[in-house]
Design a protein around this ligand. Structure first.
Ligand SMILES: [Zn+2]
Length: 273
């Protein structure tokens, strides 16, 4: 596992840098501006792939203990929601601390070990209830639709670039690939706010089910702080600027302050019990 985690960034980086080199040759022999921009794009991706902290020894403290703790909590929450118990994976995923997804058609919750280790049981229940609410409400189908729209947009841009530049030279192939990549990313960013309503609803569902909006609020704030902390783990420090764009918050969720505000309003609106 460790060897895998270490080898993968080098392979990915080498792949992106090969594209950068290819584009640089394209810049020298065909289209100077397009080629140079493309070379910079792929070189930056290669650098980021190498520097982004992935799995490391400090993330893997007692993974089994964390897994058991999450599995026990999710069973309780699923039962009280009346939904099937999803699978649980405790591991780091770049850019996401907790998420629900379908793995070969089977619902699964993926959660960061660093986040689990910091949360108490109430906070963990709140966060898991939020992810289960997504599964129960069919939010993953909407997410898949947004993903397909983004892919289609990327493909359109890539094809546009291929038609615009393509006929000229195979040297500009990395530019078409960059257009496809950037187009997909743009598609994801543009469609992301369509998800906000579902996030607020999943928060409300989770707060209602657990009767504990305060704990969910704390877990949201904790996840926010931890996401900021990930940035500070990039080494060497002098190269942190290079990965800065990869830590911009992807706008699939409303801001944490907005979510916390909605939860506070909910807590205030509830009759005291
Ligand atoms: Zn969510």
């Amino acid at each position: 596992m460790q060897a895998d985690a270490r080898r993968r960034p080098w392979t990915t980086a080498a792949f992106f840098w090969m594209y950068a080199g290819w584009a640089a040759v394209g810049a020298a022999l065909a289209e100077p501006l397009v080629g140079a921009l493309t070379a910079a794009f792929w070189a930056e991706l290669g650098l980021a792939a190498l520097l982004m902290p992935g799995r490391s020894a400090e993330d893997e403290t007692d993974p089994l203990v964390l897994q058991i703790r999450v599995a026990a909590a999710i069973e309780g929450v699923s039962r009280s929601m009346g939904v099937p118990v999803p699978g649980v994976t405790v591991r780091e995923t770049p850019g996401r601390l907790a998420s629900a997804r379908l793995l070969r058609g089977r619902p699964q919750v993926v959660i960061s070990p660093r986040l689990v280790a910091r949360m108490d049981d109430r906070e963990l229940r709140g966060l898991l209830a939020h992810e289960l609410a997504h599964l129960a409400r069919g939010d993953l189908r909407a997410a898949r639709l947004r993903l397909r729209l983004a892919y289609a947009f990327g493909l359109l841009l890539g094809l546009g670039a291929a038609i615009g530049l393509g006929g000229q030279s195979v040297l500009l192939l990395p530019s078409c690939a960059a257009a496809w990549f950037a187009g997909t990313l743009a598609g994801l960013i543009l469609t992301a706010p369509l998800n906000w309503r579902r996030e607020i609803r999943a928060d409300a569902d989770a707060a209602g089910l657990t009767g504990d909006p305060e704990a969910l609020t704390r877990s949201l704030l904790m996840a926010d702080a931890l996401a900021g902390d990930s940035r500070s783990r990039v080494r060497p420090t002098a190269l942190r600027w290079a990965v800065a764009p990869f830590y911009w918050r992807f706008p699939t969720h409303p801001s944490t302050s907005r979510r916390v505000g909605a939860l506070q309003a909910l807590a205030a609106g509830r009759a005291p019990s």
